[in-house]
Design a protein around this ligand. Structure first.
Ligand code: S3P
Length: 170
């Protein structure tokens, strides 16, 4: 049987990586993983707690290790954390081990989607979420684009429709 391919979803918080990733895995009969969930599973702590105890730096080390391990697998869809591409090691790893899809989403949509949950410590600050997300986008969007095999927008159709669009482009 031909080697099963991996699909790695990259993009900012609120792009819909986890929701779209689940649809994609379901439609392609692949295993779905989410790097944040894997960190939570391994540590037994939620993301906010890891940030509290170990700082962003400690979290990034865990994130890099988790992605290193998960990219050893074959036949998976992986939703990566929005900041994972800050690591060159991770960028190289994702490019080498699968098809990288950049989920592009306007800031307004990201703000709306991230308002509903409190799983994002970087947004729990005095600064308005929109400003934080704009600042992060400036640094990170070029990194998502650098490793992407292709890009899809996630604000114009349902998560399932985006997943179908990704499948068409594979
Ligand atoms: C982060 C994104 C989050 C999570 C953590 C840090 C970031 O994942 O890893 O809060 O730096 O953008 P999502 O992209 O799934 O929200």
């Amino acid at each position: 049987m031909a080697e099963k391919r991996n699909i790695f979803l990259v993009g900012p918080m609120g792009a819909g990586k986890s929701t779209i990733g689940r649809h994609l895995a379901d439609m392609l009969h692949l295993e779905f993983y989410d790097s944040d969930q894997e960190i939570e599973r391994r540590t037994g702590a939620d993301i906010a707690w890891v940030f509290d105890l170990e700082g962003e730096e400690g979290f990034r080390v865990r994130e890099e290790n988790v992605i290193q391990d998960l990219t050893e697998l074959q036949g998976i869809v992986l939703a990566t954390g929005g900041g994972s591409v800050l690591s060159k090691e991770t960028r190289n790893r994702l490019s080498a081990r699968g098809i990288v899809v950049y989920l592009e989403t306007p800031i307004e949509k990201q703000v709306a989607r991230t308002q509903r949950d409190k799983r994002r410590p970087l947004l729990q600050t005095e600064e308005a979420p929109k400003e934080v997300l704009e600042r992060l986008a400036e640094e990170r969007n070029p990194l998502y684009a650098e490793i992407a095999d292709f890009t899809v927008r996630t604000d114009e159709q349902s998560a399932r429709a985006v997943a179908s669009q990704i499948i068409d482009k594979l």
